[in-house]
Every structure is written in structure tokens, then in C-alpha cells.
Ligand binder design. Structure first.
Ligand code: BGC
Length: 454
């Protein structure tokens, strides 16, 4: 049915790659803006003389903003279109970065970081949504996951910038530099088309055909348009549909994976790796930070591996294998901290185990959560449904970031990782029982499959 897409001439394919790359710049901002605070906060704390509570607010404002952005973004993406909402997010990214870099005081900074969070919350799912609706079936997994790749690159970039500017204590530059990719995203998206699926949904059939022909390189698109039209006839839009029998199973999968992606502890590593490594006995902050960069690089490299594999072996095998690896890494960390004698250092072992864990995350829950939620919902309520899953993801992220240090205090580092390992086991069972394979099927075919089961 999609032979036209698979064999689309090179020009169309190249154009789709450009479209995916540009929108994935928002992933770069997601990664950079969430990662950068780990280094910047050391200097902000000093300059603004922050209390522990204010410190917590500066760090978590982005996450709270993202919860709100995720909640609002879905309705906007369904009403205004995917492209316009990404443009809006780009403006918010730019303003948030400038506002943070120029902040005269702590309150201003918290507000700017909150605004930035709004942009991140929106863009975190509208970019995958946008890409999934323009990508040809055969490379949809890879293209959507380009966004995750950019997230991981953004994280490493933020670590490196933090490291480079640390001796100058230049936290304003650390935060403000994000304005550059924000402007690039704005200019780039300006030139990109709206997705054919959203246009069709709004009854703009001619524009839908024009865009589809362009991204399929002039190949016949009638069959794909018919398929989209047929799927639209099957659906109603709105909350009732979201919780109705046809969509509920997909909603459970999206929200479940959203929560598992976070409660298995990924951001304890992304946000707190230097602290974890100091607990493991590394004496020097510089060594801990360098090891953290190493962990970030593993995250990037393994995401490339995922991009290569997702459309070849499928989502399900990668998810299940990755989860087993993550559990092994977490259990290993739990054990290593448990057996660590006082005065000894397990820094190197802990670094390797963190790399193992993050590497397996990068081929599984990392990209696959965002990919699946862009694939499994019906077109008419895709934005809304993704919004609910994304909101759960950011809320869980916030909760884990907030509780990690307290959990380490209460249960020790060993207990904390053991806890995340047990939650990983639950994620494995959940994924084994619930998550379908979506490789090689059009969005409309996936939708029909869910409807048939509902
Ligand atoms: C997650 C983020 C995480 C990042 C790490 C993303 O998929 O949603 O919370 O920081 O992966 O690579």
C-alpha cells in the first residue's frame, strides 16, 4: 500500500530528512535547557545567595513549566496545527533563554525558567508528532527518533558548555546561549510545511495533497490520502473518544511508558551523575564531571544505534532487550554501592555501570516512548492524547528529580538503585504484556488495529 512511500524518489526523501532535522532542533533545546542547570546552579547559588528552597525552585521550574506546557500543547496542536505550535515553542525558547541569561534576581530567573519549561513541554511531543505525520513508513522510527538523538546531543552540549564556562563562573552565558538554536528553529520551521494529515483533518484537501506530493517526491499519493480520509471518517474528536474503548488501551500504553521512562531513574543520572559519582568515591569534582560527559556520550552513541535498529528489528524487541539491560545496570549499581567498603572508591565501576544503564535506556525507553506515543493514537485526537502521555512524563520526571536525594538519604544509594531496578522489572512486565509492534505499518493501519481490538 505504501510502495509509493518506500520507493519515493530521492528529492522527496531528502526534503523529509530536512523537515525532520529542523523540527528536531527543538529536541536539542529540550536536552540543552534541561541539562544546563546542573552546572549553572553552582554559580547561580553563589551569586544570588539562594536558600535550599529557592535553589530547588530554580532547578525544578523548568520541569513544572513543562508539565503545564504538555497539558496545553495538545489542544493547540490539534487546533492550530503542528507547525504553528512548534513556531510558538521556538519563540518561547528564545524568550526563556534571554530572560534566564539576563535575570536580575532569583524570582525573575525562576519565572524565565518556568517559561522555558512551557516551551519544552510543548515541543517535547509536538516535534515527534510533526515528524511522524510526514515520515514515510519505512523510516518513521528513525526519523522520529532523530528528536531523541538531538535531546541527547543537547544534554552533552550543555555539560560541555558548563565545563568550558565554569572557570569564569559565566552562568548567564550558559543559560543564554540557548537562544541560538531557538532562533535557528524559528527560522527553519518558518520554511517548513504543515503536515498533510493535519491539513486533511481540517478539510484543507488541496494543501494536503500538495504537501504530500512534495514530501513523497512527486510519487502517487492518492492511496495515502484515501487512507487518511478513511481513518478520519471513523473518529470523533474530544475527551469522550480519548477514554472510549477504542483509544483507552493506547492511552494506558502511553501513560504507562511515560511514567516508567522516568521512574526507572534516567534523570537521576542525567541531572545528578556527578553527585552519584562522588558518593561512589570519586574525590575530584572535575573527574566526576568528565565521567558524566562520558556517560552523556554513551547516551548519544547508543541513540544512533537505536535509530539504525528501530525500523529494522522493530520497537518491541529493542524495548524488551533494553529494559533487561537497564535492570542489570541498576541492580549492578545497587550491589556495588552495597558492597562498597568505607574509604574505598568504586568510582570507575559506578561509571561503567551508569554507562551500561544509560546505553540500554538509549536503545529502549528513551526513544521508544516518544516514538510510540506519536504512532498509536487516532489522528483526530492525536495531539490531545499525546499531551496526556507527555504530561504524565514531565510530572513523573519532576517527582523523581525532587525525591532522589531524599531517597538516597533514607535508603542509601544502594537502596535507591534497587528501587529503580524493581520499577524497571515492572516496566518490563508491562511492556511485554501491553506494547504492540508498530514497525512497517502506516499510522492509519496502526489506528485500525487498535480500533479492531477495542
Ligand atoms: C527523556 C528525558 C531524558 C532524556 C535522556 C528523554 O527521552 O524524556 O527525560 O532526560 O531522554 O536522554
Amino acid at each position: 500500500m505504501h510502495a509509493n512511500a518506500a520507493s519515493s524518489p530521492g528529492a522527496g526523501r531528502r526534503f523529509v530528512y530536512v523537515v525532520a532535522f529542523i523540527s528536531a532542533l527543538s529536541g536539542l533545546l529540550f536536552g540543552y535547557d534541561t541539562g544546563v542547570i546542573s552546572g549553572a546552579i553552582l554559580f547561580i547559588r553563589r551569586d544570588f545567595d539562594l536558600s535550599p528552597a529557592a535553589n530547588g525552585l530554580v532547578v525544578s521550574a523548568v520541569l513544572l513549566g513543562a508539565v503545564l506546557g504538555a497539558a496545553l500543547g495538545g489542544t493547540l496542536a490539534d487546533r492550530w496545527g503542528r507547525r504553528r505550535v512548534i513556531l510558538l515553542a521556538a519563540v518561547i525558547f528564545a524568550l526563556g533563554a534571554l530572560g534566564s541569561g539576563l535575570a536580575p534576581g532569583a524570582a525573575w530567573l525562576v519565572l524565565s525558567r518556568g517559561v522555558l519549561g512551557l516551551g519544552i513541554g510543548v515541543a517535547s511531543f509536538v516535534a515527534p508528532l510533526y515528524i511522524s505525520e510526514v515520515a514515510p513508513v519505512s523510516v518513521r522510527g528513525a526519523l522520529v527518533s532523530l528528536n531523541q538523538l538531538m535531546i541527547t546531543i543537547g544534554i552533552v552540549l550543555s555539560y560541555v558548555v558548563d565545563l568550558a564556562l565554569a572557570s569564569a563562573g559565566a552562568w548567564r552565558w550558559m543559560l543564554g546561549l540557548a537562544v541560538v538554536p531557538a532562533v535557528l528553529l524559528l527560522l527553519g520551521m518558518w520554511l517548513m510545511p504543515e503536515t498533510p494529515r493535519w491539513l486533511k483533518r481540517r478539510g484543507l484537501d488541496d494543501s494536503a495533497r500538495v504537501v504530500l506530493q512534495r514530501i513523497r517526491g512527486g510519487a502517487a499519493v492518492a492511496a495515502e490520502l484515501d487512507e487518511i480520509a478513511a481513518s478520519l471518517r471513523q473518529q470523533e474528536a474530544g475527551w469522550a473518544e480519548l477514554f472510549g474503548p477504542a483509544v483507552r488501551p493506547a492511552l494506558v500504553i502511553g501513560v504507562g511508558l511515560a511514567i516508567f521512562q522516568q521512574v526507572t531513574g534516567i534523570n537521576t543520572v542525567i541531572y545528578y551523575a556527578p553527585t552519584i559519582l562522588e558518593l561512589a568515591g570519586f574525590q575530584s569534582a572535575t573527574v566526576s564531571i568528565l565521567a558524566t560527559v562520558g556517560v552523556g556520550v554513551v547516551n548519544v552513541v547508543m541513540t544512533v544505534v537505536a535509530i539504525w535498529l528501530l525500523d529494522r528489528v522493530g520497537r518491541r524487541p529493542l524495548l524488551l532487550v533494553g529494559l533487561v539491560g537497564m535492570i542489570a545496570g541498576l541492580a549492578g549499581l545497587g550491589l556495588a554501592f552495597r558492597l562498597m567498603g568505607s574509604g574505598t572508591s568504586i568510582g570507575l565501576l559506578a561509571t561503567l555501570l551508569l554507562m551500561l544503564y544509560v546505553g540500554f535506556f538509549a536503545i529502549s525507553l528513551g526513544p521508544i516512548f516518544w516514538l510510540l506515543i506519536a504512532e498509536i493514537y487516532p489522528l483526530k485526537i492525536r495531539g490531545l492524547a499525546m499531551s496526556v502521555a507527555t504530561l504524565s512524563n514531565w510530572a513523573a520526571n519532576w517527582l523523581v528529580a525532587l525525591t532522589f536525594l531524599t531517597i538516597v538519604d533514607l535508603l542509601t544509594a544502594s537502596g535507591a538503585f534497587a528501587l529503580y531496578a524493581v520499577l524497571g522489572l515492572a516496566a518490563l512486565v508491562f511492556s511485554y504484556l501491553r506494547v504492540p509492534e508498530t514497525r512497517g505499518r502506516s499510522l492509519e493501519e496502526i489506528e485500525a488495529q487498535f480500533r479492531a481490538q477495542g
